[in-house]
Design a protein around this ligand. Structure first.
Ligand SMILES: [Zn+2]
Length: 246
């Protein structure tokens, strides 16, 4: 995947032009030039559906005729529930300077004030989708990540498989479910209601006070840090990330 961005500065004191390209992973044909970077889905259930189903990211390459799922930087913004989830597939290869630049660009592009919004950063599509759904159900995502850690314990007792990832699913008959991806299977696991109650009761006070208007990646590493009393975000390096998600 060749995703990159750069600033084309001019000699004049003018706004820098932010350019963003997405190329075909197959034949490197330029497929998207400055695609939308912010999607306001508030009044568009159809758009929401397209994003969550992944259809939004499907493109066909005019050169190699491939139908391709194209990861791309995108900010999903729900003004009604006041949250924004950014998907930045290439975050680990961005420098802090590039990330700041991206953040400034987003704020410039937005014609609205999001100072009191909850902002979350995601790297994987599944993570992006999950985060949107958690916010839509008004679920505290820090507690959700702690609940994942605790459910892992239950899972490991039952199955002798290496957990690679787990994601919240839409509730089924009011019950919380996690989809586990292991080295061998995909397993849909129902989370015991008592475990959820326990998590909220025991850990709500220990969740971090996340300042709005700051992008954070609240994932299972965040939860681990929270339980260990360590501060701040955990941004894995690409090597660690590969091990966890491959
Ligand atoms: Zn192509």
């Amino acid at each position: 995947m060749n995703i990159y961005c750069y600033n084309k500065g001019t000699d004049e004191r003018s706004e820098p032009l932010f350019t963003y390209h997405v190329n075909c992973p197959q034949c490197h044909q330029l497929l998207l030039e400055n695609p939308p970077v912010i999607l306001q889905v508030t009044d568009s259930p159809h758009l929401r559906e397209e994003v969550l189903s992944g259809q939004y990211f499907m493109h066909s390459c005019s050169t190699c005729q491939k139908g391709i799922f194209l990861p791309q930087r995108l900010v999903y913004l729900d003004a009604q529930r006041q949250f924004a989830v950014a998907w930045i597939p290439d975050r680990t290869s961005m420098s802090d300077g590039q990330f700041r630049q991206w953040n400034e660009f987003i704020h410039q592009e937005l014609l609205m004030d999001i100072d009191h919004y909850q902002l979350r950063l995601t790297l994987e599509f599944e993570e992006f989708k999950e985060k949107i759904q958690l916010f839509e159900h008004a679920i505290n995502d820090q507690l959700a990540e702690i609940l994942k850690l605790l459910t892992d314990g239950v899972f490991i007792n039952q199955f002798d498989e290496d957990i690679q990832a787990r994601y919240f699913q839409e509730p089924i008959e009011g019950l919380t479910h996690l989809l586990y991806l292991t080295d061998q299977h995909q397993r849909l696991v129902s989370v015991p209601a008592s475990l959820k109650t326990f998590t909220w009761r025991e850990y709500e006070k220990r969740t971090a006070n996340i300042a709005p208007n700051e992008w954070h990646r609240v994932n299972i590493h965040w939860a681990t840090h929270l339980l260990e009393g360590l501060p701040g975000d955990y941004v894995p390096d690409s090597k660690t990330r590969k091990n966890q998600n491959s």
